[in-house]
Design a protein around this ligand. Structure first.
Ligand code: DGY
Length: 326
C-alpha cells in the first residue's frame, strides 16, 4: 500500500508477535505481514510467507539457515534479526545472495547480565528446590539445616568472553563480593578490568572458577565448549551459568557432573535445541532453569525492536544500517 506521498512502502515480513509499541512503529512505516501464530515456523514456511516481501524481521530461534536463505524470494534484500545473536542465520549464505543482515547489539546487555546474576544466585541458593517445596505444599517449617546453599561472596567468578555482557556481569558480581577472573581474545584496558584477573588461556582459568559464566557466541568452534574434560578442570563443586547459547555446553557432560556432585549446581537460561531441552535437566534438583529470559523485559524488548527498525529504516532510506553484520 502506498504512503501518503503515494510512494510504495516496503513490504516487511515479521515472523512473530512483537511488543505493542514496536508493532505500531513497524505498521507506520511498512506494509507489514505478520504470522499471528507466534510460533517458530519451518524455514520453508518463512520463505513462502516472504513471497513479495522486501525485508524480514526475524527473531532468535527462527530457522534462517542455508536452506531457508536459498528458498527466499529475490525480493528480500535485508534480514533484520530481533536479537544480538546471529547463530540462527546463515550469514554467509545471505551475503552470497546479496541479502544484508543486521542485529541488535548493546540494548540487551543489562537485562542479560541481570539474568546471569539471578541464575548464579538461584543455583547457589537452591531457589528451584525452595520454590518447588512451597508450590508442592511440602514445606513443614523453617529448619536450621534446610536447603543449605553457598555464598557468592568470597567466591571466584570466571567469565569466558568479556564483551559488553561479560563486563556487566563482572560489575554486578563485584557488588556481591566476588573476585573476578576473565578470559577474552584480547586483554581489556586497565580501566575496564577494574581489578579483574586476565587469563589469556581460558583452559588455564578453569581451575580458579568457583562459578563459571559463559558469554561467547555459538559457532562451530564453540560447540560443546564446556565438555567433560573442561568440567574436570573446574574446582570440585563449581557452579556453571549459561546465558549465551545452549550449544556451547555439552548437556550430557553437565548433567553427569550435576548428578555426581562434581558440579554443585547450574543456572541455565539457554538450551541446545530449545525449547526441546535435554530431558535430564527437568528432574535434577540442582539446576535453576529459565526459558531464555535474558532479554525479557519490556524496556529491552522495545529497545531491540526499535533497533531492528532503525536498521530497516536506514536501509530503505539508502543509508548504511548501523548494525550490519553481513
Ligand atoms: C539474543 O538477542 O541473541 C538473545 O538471546 C535473545 O534474548
Amino acid at each position: 500500500m502506498p504512503d501518503q506521498s503515494g510512494a510504495r512502502r516496503p513490504v516487511l515480513l515479521i515472523t512473530r508477535r512483537l511488543p505493542e509499541d514496536v508493532e505500531a512503529r513497524a505498521a507506520g512505516g511498512y506494509d507489514v505481514r505478520q504470522d499471528p501464530s507466534d510460533e517458530a515456523l519451518a524455514g520453508a514456511a518463512i520463505a513462502a510467507r516472504a513471497e513479495g516481501a522486501d525485508a524480514i524481521l526475524c527473531v532468535a530461534g527462527d530457522r534462517m539457515g542455508a536452506e531457508t536463505i536459498a528458498a527466499l524470494p529475490d525480493s528480500v534484500r535485508i534480514i533484520a534479526t530481533f536479537s544480538v545473536g546471529t547463530d540462527h542465520i546463515d550469514v554467509q549464505a545471505a551475503k552470497a545472495r546479496g541479502i544484508l543482515v543486521t542485529n541488535t547489539p548493546d540494548v540487551l546487555t543489562d537485562a542479560t547480565a541481570d539474568i546471569a546474576l539471578l541464575l548464579m544466585l538461584g543455583a547457589a541458593r537452591r531457589a528451584s528446590e525452595g520454590e518447588r517445596m512451597i508450590r508442592d505444599g511440602a514445606w513443614t517449617g523453617w529448619k536450621p539445616t534446610q536447603l543449605l546453599g553457598t555464598h557468592l561472596g568470597g567466591k571466584r567468578l570466571g567469565i569466558v568472553g568479556m564483551g559488553r555482557i561479560g563486563r556487566a556481569v563482572a560489575q554486578r558480581a563485584r557488588a556481591f563480593g566476588m573476585a573476578i577472573h576473565y578470559s577474552n581474545r584480547r586483554r581489556l584496558p586497565a580501566e575496564f578490568e577494574s581489578g579483574a584477573v586476565f587469563h589469556a588461556d581460558p583452559e588455564a582459568m578453569l581451575e580458579v572458577c568457583d562459578v563459571l559464566s559463559l558469554h561467547f557466541p555459538a559457532s562451530p568452534d564453540t560447540h560443546h565448549w564446556l565438555n567433560a574434560e573442561r568440567i574436570g578442570k573446574l574446582p570440585p563443586g563449581a557452579i556453571v551459568v549459561n546465558t549465551a547459547r545452549g550449544s556451547v555446553i555439552d548437556d550430557e557432560a553437565v548433567i553427569a557432573a550435576l548428578k555426581s556432585g562434581r558440579l554443585r549446581a547450574a543456572g541455565l537460561d539457554v538450551f541446545e535445541n530449545e525449547p526441546k531441552l535435554h530431558p535430564g535437566y527437568r528432574t535434577l534438583p540442582n539446576c535453576f532453569l529459565l526459558p531464555h529470559l535474558g532479554s525479557a523485559t519490556i524496556e529491552t524488548r522495545n529497545a531491540m525492536g526499535f533497533r531492528a527498525l532503525d536498521n530497516l529504516d536506514a536501509f530503505f532510506a539508502g543509508a548504511a544500517p548501523p548494525d550490519q553484520v553481513a
